[in-house]
Design a protein around this ligand. Structure first.
Ligand code: ZN
Length: 183
């Protein structure tokens, strides 16, 4: 065992090490820490609700006849500040991401495997910036056309949105997996 190893941080994550140790890391960021996610917000929501919460779990999977595989489970949760395209009022769906990402050595192998796998496959790097990965996933989870289920006046709406988000937090992700996005 080496000593004095740098501590794992979200902006310098050693995925291979996390997977080898079966370790986890979690935390939360302010929206302002994620520039692309910040730019995608079109309405203001309560600052507390706007925090992006995340957790990663490393895992080594042993496959007969092959080198052990490096996997990362990525979970993130954030309330988006969007604008309803029907009534143009703020729309704040709760987005939840729960993805397994496999890491392999080299871009070429990653691209080849990613093409015929349902899972995300990325090239392993010594220090992954987790913020970029979480931003990517949150942007993908955002509805392409943000819209209330029911555009009633705000006084009647608050409770309904929380319920709708709880009912089907993975709707956006499921729609993505089902086929190409329709713009
Ligand atoms: Zn609306």
């Amino acid at each position: 065992m080496r000593r004095h190893e740098p501590e794992q941080t979200a902006s310098h994550l050693d995925v291979a090490k996390l997977a080898a140790e079966g370790a986890s890391l979690n935390g939360q960021w302010a929206v302002a820490d994620l520039p692309r996610w910040h730019a995608a917000q079109t309405s203001t929501i309560a600052p507390d609700a706007a925090a992006v919460r995340w957790q990663v779990d490393g895992e080594t999977r042993r496959v007969a006849g092959q080198a052990p595989q490096i996997w990362l489970r990525l979970q993130a949760q954030a309330q988006a500040g969007l604008t309803c395209q029907r009534c143009l009022q703020p729309f704040g769906p709760l987005l939840q991401v729960d993805r397994w990402v496999r890491f392999v050595a080299g871009e070429q192998e990653a691209e080849a495997l990613d093409a015929d796998s349902d899972d995300d496959v990325l090239a392993l790097e010594p220090a992954l910036d987790l913020r970029i990965l979480v931003e990517d996933e949150l942007l993908l989870a955002c509805p392409i056309v943000p819209r209330h289920d029911d555009c009633r006046p705000p006084a009647h709406r608050a409770g309904d949105e929380a319920e709708a988000a709880a009912d089907n937090p993975f709707a956006a992700l499921a729609a993505l997996k089902a086929g190409p996005a329709q713009h």
